[in-house]
Design a protein around this ligand. Structure first.
Ligand code: EPZ
Length: 429
């Protein structure tokens, strides 16, 4: 199993190209099931999750071709996928595939909306929380789908098609909103989604669906209105930049010191995180190329942060911020409100010499002068990159194990960091 070896203590200087967003790419690829015409997605990141989703869609009969390299393209340019769901031969998503990536459960929405039926394995447990799908099923039944649970599979039926309705989410859910928007796009009549998620990835999917002929308004706000249409067409769409990758590299520069331009980054997609970094003592400057992040000389100030749905501080940057706070000058408190078990990185950071106390959903971090390299274990995608950030500033060598977690969501992480001066390399086997 691959590991990553890091020798800490070097500042980061240079530029890092930000890839397309994993959490927009996955629902966009799934949305291709809504039409029998070709959907072309540009700026698609090369990630394990994207490759796995290609297999899952292929299992339904979807053809996907990837453009070869074009003149002037670098290895950092995203890939272009041509997705043709013209011939869906199977509306079952098997346990073997769904259990490997939760988001694949979302295929239930376009399949029942377009094909009138879907049989999808329940996603099962997850390292960061129980993550039920009750609100996704509530959304589909609000649009008239009959829902049955049978031996670990959800069977959704709508033989006469879905009907518009009102979906009022009791709590903000990104997956619930994606499922509701996709399904309602082909439902007869209009649908209103109340308390919808406002994450930028929701807006990106709605933009793409509107290019495919959907009638969606209000995406990005908590009230979305959809006028269903009988059929959707093909389209060409460029995936939005990855705000979590952007925030991760910004935290890394804050941790080590240095000066880096995050190319393609869009500050408005993660203002809450940039506000926290400015408070910490980091210079964050929008530029034509993206966002410049610099910390030279000034110390790291402690913060009090609570994760919340967009536009609040993203839970997907919580672990990275905690790594940064291990070296703050004082006491920080981070409260995690989205997932009930998202502190798996704490004991690994403590192995590097951090002082962190947990009390329910709240972590108290006493900043230390130095961290010291040690072998550590990745447990989930964002926890694993927080260990990389801590190791970049730790004295000596750190070996991060189980880096397959990283490959799910970070494209060319070692290349991007070593291009800015980090001593980081992948050790295979
Ligand atoms: C999406 O997960 C992201 N995943 C997550 O990123 C992200 O952490 C999360 O949104 C919050 O921003 C993708 O986009 C692929 P939710 P999702 O539905 O949609 C509860 C990463 O690291 N809930 O907004 O699954 C749920 O348990 C990943 O890239 C129900 O109770 O998150 C959680 O506590 C990790 N019932 C809360 O709502 C439901 O039916 C928010 O979940 C659905 C959700």
């Amino acid at each position: 199993m691959d590991r990553i070896r890091i020798t800490g203590g070097r500042k980061l200087n240079g530029s890092i190209p930000i890839s397309g967003a994993k959490n927009a790419t996955l629902p966009l690829m799934i949305a291709s099931l809504l039409t029998d015409q070709v959907l072309v997605l540009e700026n698609v990141p090369r990630l394990a999750d994207v490759n796995l989703l290609q297999r899952i869609l292929g299992n339904h009969g979807v053809d996907i071709t990837v453009n070869g390299k074009r003149v002037g393209e670098t290895q950092y340019d995203g890939q272009t996928l041509h997705i043709n769901a013209g011939n869906i031969i199977d509306t079952t998503a098997p346990y073997e595939l769904v259990s490997r990536m939760r988001a694949s459960f979302w295929v239930i929405a376009p399949l029942v909306a377009r094909m009138g039926q879907a049989r999808v394995s329940m996603p099962g447990g997850c390292a960061i929380g129980t993550r039920p799908v009750d609100l996704l099923l509530m959304a589909l039944s609000s649009l008239g789908a009959e829902i049955e649970i049978d031996r670990g599979y959800v069977i959704a039926r709508a033989p006469d098609g879905l009907k518009g309705g009102t979906i009022a989410f009791p709590k903000v859910t990104v997956s619930g909103t994606h499922v509701a928007v996709m399904a309602a796009s082909l439902a007869r009549g209009s649908t209103v989604i109340e308390n919808a998620a406002r994450e930028p990835e929701i807006g990106d999917v709605a933009d793409c669906l509107n290019k495919m002929g959907a009638k969606i308004s209000g995406a990005g706000t908590s009230r979305i209105v959809i006028e269903g249409v009988p059929k959707l067409t093909g389209a060409r769409h460029r995936v939005v930049p990855d705000r979590i990758e952007t925030g991760t590299y910004a935290m890394a520069v804050a941790m080590t010191g240095g000066d880096v331009v995050l190319e393609n980054a869009r500050p408005e997609l993660l203002q809450a995180a940039f506000d926290v970094l400015a408070h910490v003592g980091v210079e964050v400057t929008p530029t034509n190329a993206g966002v410049r992040v610099a910390r030279n000389g000034s110390g790291i100030a402690p913060v009090e942060v609570t994760t919340s749905p967009f536009p609040g501080f993203p839970t997907d940057l919580q672990a990275q911020l905690m790594a940064l706070m291990t070296r703050a000058k004082g006491t920080s408190r981070i409260t995690e409100t989205i997932f009930e078990n998202r502190f798996m990185h704490v004991q690994e950071l403590v192995r590097l010499g951090a002082h962190i106390a947990l009390d329910g959903e709240c972590a108290t971090i006493e900043g230390v002068e130095t961290l010291t390299g040690a072998p550590v274990m990745a447990t989930d995608l964002r926890a694993s990159v927080s260990l990389v950030i801590a190791a970049l500033a730790a004295e000596g060598e750190t070996m991060v194990h189980r880096v397959y977690h990283l490959d799910r969501g970070f494209e060319r992480l070692e290349d991007k960091l070593s291009a800015c001066g980090a001593a980081i390399e992948r050790v295979s086997g």
